[in-house]
Write a protein that binds this ligand. Structure first.
Ligand SMILES: CSC[C@@H](O)[C@@H](O)C(=O)COP(=O)(O)O
Length: 358
């Protein structure tokens, strides 16, 4: 049984507070948009797809608890709240894409005369939001399948593979199953995984706290390494590929992901190790031409200077704490989506029609 980060039933939303893991598994209620914004900003829920789902569901909770008499007022309310939710964390594009989709739907419903009143429009919007949760789960399973396939094909091995991942991209970062961790999960279920390696992922330790937790929970053979041990690992062991997630993939394939990803891609190139990005279409931002245009979120120094509330750095030191970095497209072997694997060069041409058909 995979871990469930998001619980949604009967119009009630609860999330597993990821700041408490791995010590405590506690679900907290999200009673509306303000709660949703705070949970995303504080990283009680994190991971690009999970951010979009929790943000959107927090809007659904709020809508369900409010009575609307006017479709135009509802449309304006939805748009304003979605814009607010997008400001909680700027790098992950999934919330922005969800906001655009929902705003479009709100506009459509508001001008559709067959939708009798605001309450009916509200119901339709909430159904659309619920469908996003379902879709993410299905997309992740497909990413896992395509990822395992392209991994094994390109690795050119008939036996089992050893895979390295960074940060947390599993059930906790998505509606379920995961993206990059979903690929590892899929390899494992196919009996093709020899060993998974996860980094600690400093400074916020998503690898140590969350990925390690998921791997142990599912009894996947795995080892954790320090972020600084990746070169040594690749030199001493055959790693058949790296697979990571994405917070935003630009049109040219440049990919923003957890800080340290770029460094791993450079090291992988040096060692001839294929480097895969696994992400749904909702992480691809064709409006952003390249990585230089991606806004990188900076997090508070305390997330570097303290671990679990314990100070580990000298008082007074200045800190630079970017949450993400951008891996240039030329270091990426393929981008694995729910529609298959594409090279960065193929991305814009292949993804544009797929996005239009959504
Ligand atoms: C499927 S999650 C993809 C990315 O969001 C993930 O790799 C990542 O960088 C998460 O960063 P976080 O700061 O924990 O939200």
């Amino acid at each position: 049984m995979t871990l469930q980060a998001i619980k949604w039933a009967g119009g009630r939303l609860e999330i597993l507070d990821q700041l408490l893991l791995p010590h405590e598994s506690k679900y907290i209620p999200v009673n509306g948009v303000e709660d949703g914004w705070k949970a995303i900003n504080a990283m009680q829920v994190r991971g690009a797809p999970a951010i979009a789902i929790v943000g959107s569901l927090s809007l659904a909770v709020e809508l369900l608890g409010t009575t609307f008499n006017d479709k135009t007022v509802l449309r304006q309310d939805v748009e304003g709240k979605l814009n607010y939710l997008c400001s909680a964390r700027p790098t992950a594009v999934n919330m922005k894409i969800a906001a655009e989709e929902l705003t479009l739907e709100a506009n459509r419903l508001s001008s559709d005369d067959s939708i009798s009143d605001a309450e009916e429009m509200k119901k339709q919007l909430c159904l659309k939001i619920e469908a996003m949760l379902e879709k993410d789960l299905n997309d992740n399973r497909n990413i896992g399948e395509f990822g395992a396939l392209s991994f094994l094909t390109r690795a050119g091995v008939n036996g089992k593979v050893r895979v390295l991942t960074h940060c947390n991209t599993g059930s906790l970062a998505t509606a379920g199953y995961g993206t990059a961790l979903g690929v590892i999960r899929s390899l494992f279920h196919q009996g093709k995984l020899e060993h998974a390696y996860c980094t600690e992922t400093r400074p916020y330790n998503q690898g140590a706290r969350l990925t390690a937790y998921e791997l142990v929970h599912e009894r996947i053979p795995s080892t954790m390494v320090c972020d600084s041990a990746v070169s040594a690992l690749m030199k001493s062991t055959t790693i058949h590929g790296v697979v990571v997630g994405a917070d935003r993939i630009a049109a040219n394939g440049d990919t923003a992901n957890k800080i340290g990803t770029y460094q791993i891609a450079v090291v992988a190139k040096h060692h001839g190790v294929p480097f895969y990005v696994a992400a749904p279409l909702t992480s691809i931002d064709l409006d952003t031409p390249n990585g230089d245009r991606i806004v990188i979120e900076e997090r508070p120094a305390v997330e570097m200077t303290h671990v679990g509330g314990q100070q580990i750095a000298a008082s007074g030191i200045h800190c630079w704490n970017p949450a993400f970095d951008v891996t240039p497209a030329e270091l990426i072997t393929a981008i694995i989506t729910e529609h298959g694997a594409f090279t960065p060069g193929e991305l814009a041409d292949k993804i544009t029609p797929l996005k239009k058909s959504l």
